[in-house]
Structures are given as structure tokens and as C-alpha cells.
Design a binder for this molecule. Structure first.
Ligand SMILES: C[S@@+](CC[C@H](N)C(=O)[O-])C[C@H]1O[C@@H](n2cnc3c(N)ncnc32)[C@H](O)[C@@H]1O
Length: 294
């Protein structure tokens, strides 16, 4: 089959590259993507290519995009994608995690191995935010914990939490494609994860650890809902924003009774570990005793 290659360049790749993948893949017929240093290459079957869709996408995109269009020779596109998609070794305090696709080599010299076929979902450990959140999930005690992975994408974080002994792991994503991909990845790794399609309004029950790698605005808007389903003394792990945005997220967490316990930074991105400090009220007869947690 003949394919069209569209090469995009942009000044600020950051989250915008992911937004571009999302727009081209979910609203358009683009099938595969390769990240480049200053942008993205996107591939679409020649018979589905529409210049109008491309122009509207570029015109309405929040940052300036430059692009060029080229018709490709016939090739084995699966093989091309496989060649360009590398496995990732995540090194954390005390061990390592090998995040690979099914076609990469199996490794025995690591602490955890996850098989993740990303298709069009986010979450392969290539992104600094996923890398840092995987490190947190590997470093914190998960044994017997109820864990929520908000914006689970490929479910890479949820899968590791379950492998590390969490008793119940729930993954929630607003995107149908991610929801289906998460289900496939959980099965490939032989772990059981409760998956839900939706946003913070779907949350019920209580969790000991909540993980959310989404973006600054959604985290600020939904943090109150996360706090409502976080057990007293529980942990909230946040990522998906730049170091410059840390202060606003910490301030919101403080308002909701959480304090900063640690942070990680990588390539300008941030991940925060927040601890719930709300007290438990013990009521017996007329007396009320407040007990601080953690
Ligand atoms: C940056 S990706 C993170 C994926 C994965 N958890 C990781 O760490 O690599 C963010 C994910 O959040 C999802 N998402 C965006 N807004 C959301 C919302 N309001 N509620 C739940 N999921 C959301 C997106 O569909 C996407 O899969």
C-alpha cells in the first residue's frame, strides 16, 4: 500500500507533539507516528490522505507548525515502525525496569519487565513523565494497596503497581483507544486491572495511592476529586507538567490537606509525591479526638 509521510516541525514539542498525534490519529486517518528531535513524522495511507484536513489541523493548532508532504515507496510499515520503536530501561533507586514491545528481546537482568504495545496510546516510558512515575511506583511500597491510575494510557503504571503487589488497581482513561489498549497490555502482562472509560467524575471508593500523569490544567481541575477518594494518610503522585508549574500544583494540594514529600525532575518535566495530612476524627460519646496521619 502506498503511504504519505507528513513531516511536522514545531518550536515547542513538549505536550504539543502528543496533542498532534492525538488529533491526527483520533480525528483523522493517520496510522503511525515517529517522534523526531524537533517534531513528528506522521503516516497515512495515500487513499485516505486529505489535504484539507491537514490544513485545518495546522491552522487550528495551538502552536505554529511547519510541514512537508512526501509520497513514500511501498514498504513493510510494521517493520519500519518496529525498527524505530526502541525499548526503554528505567533505572530507579534500587533497581531497573525494562519496558519493551512484544517484538523486543526479553531480558532477565532487570527487576521488572513490562510488555507494552502502545499503538496510539501514551505511556511507553520514552516520555520523561512516564519514566519518573515508573520510578515512583517502583520505589514506593505497593503491597496490599488499593491503587488508582488516572489517565492510565497504555496502563504501564497500573501494570507495574500490580506487579509490585498492589491488591487492587484501577485504571481510568477518557480516551477509548487508550482504554482498549490498556486492556490488551494488562492481558499481555498477565495482571488484573479494573479498567474504566471516563474521567474523575466516574471515581468511587477509596484508594491508598493515586497516580495521575495527565497535564497541569486537568490536575488542577480534578485534584479535589482525587482528594475525595484518597484514604487519609494516602499518597498522590502527580506528573504531566513542567518544573515551572510545580508551585501551582503544590499550592492546590496544600489547600486540599496534602504536603509535598518528594519531587523528581527530568528534562524540564516534574513529578511530585504528595502525602495526605488530613486528620482522622475519633468520636466517642461527647468527646472528639483528632489524630494526625502520617
Ligand atoms: C500523559 S498520558 C499518561 C499515560 C500513562 N499514565 C503514562 O504515565 O505514561 C495522559 C493520559 O490521560 C488521559 N486523559 C486526559 N484527560 C483525562 C481526564 N480528564 N481523565 C482521565 N484521563 C484523561 C489521556 O487520554 C492520556 O491517555
Amino acid at each position: 500500500m502506498k503511504y504519505i509521510e507528513v513531516t511536522f516541525t514545531m518550536d515547542d514539542t513538549g505536550l504539543f507533539r502528543d496533542l498532534l498525534v492525538d488529533t491526527l490519529g483520533n480525528e483523522g486517518p493517520y496510522e503511525s507516528f515517529v517522534e523526531t528531535k524537533d517534531g513528528l513524522k506522521a503516516y497515512v495511507p495515500a487513499d485516505k490522505f486529505e489535504r484539507h484536513f491537514l490544513e485545518v489541523t495546522v491552522e487550528t493548532f495551538p502552536v505554529q507548525l511547519k510541514y512537508s508532504v512526501e509520497e513514500m515507496e511501498d514498504r513493510d510499515w510494521n517493520q519500519e515502525w518496529e525498527k524505530s520503536h526502541q525499548a526503554v530501561l528505567v533505572e530507579y533507586d534500587g533497581g531497573s525496569i525494562w519496558v519493551r514491545a512484544p517484538f523486543h528481546a526479553h531480558r532477565t537482568d532487570v527487576d521488572y519487565e513490562l510488555i507494552i504495545e502502545p499503538k496510539m496510546s501514551f505511556g511507553t516510558a520514552h516520555h520523561p513523565t512516564t519514566y519518573m512515575m515508573l520510578s515512583y511506583v517502583a520505589e514506593l511500597d505497593m503491597v496490599g494497596k488499593r491503587v488508582l491510575d488516572m489517565g492510565c494510557g497504555t496502563a504501564v503504571l497500573a501494570i507495574l503497581a500490580k506487579m509490585r503487589g498492589a491488591s487492587y488497581v484501577e485504571g481510568v482513561d477518557i480516551d477509548e483507544w487508550a482504554f482498549r489498549n490498556a486492556r490488551e497490555n494488562a492481558a499481555s502482562n498477565n495482571v488484573e486491572i479494573a479498567l474504566k472509560l471516563g474521567d474523575a467524575s466516574t471515581l468511587q471508593g477509596l484508594f491508598d495511592i493515586i497516580i495521575a500523569n495527565i497535564n497541569r490544567n486537568i490536575l488542577l481541575a480534578d485534584m479535589e476529586r482525587y482528594a475525595a477518594v484518597l484514604n487519609p494518610g494516602g499518597t498522590l503522585l502527580l506528573s504531566g507538567f513542567y518544573e515551572a508549574d510545580e508551585a501551582s500544583l503544590i499550592a492546590r494540594a496544600n489547600e486540599l490537606g496534602m504536603v509535598l514529600r518528594s519531587r523528581k525532575n527530568r528534562d524540564g518535566w516534574s513529578a511530585l509525591e504528595l502525602k495526605d495530612k488530613r486528620s482522622i476524627r475519633h468520636v466517642s460519646g461527647d468527646s472528639v479526638r483528632e489524630e494526625a496521619i502520617g
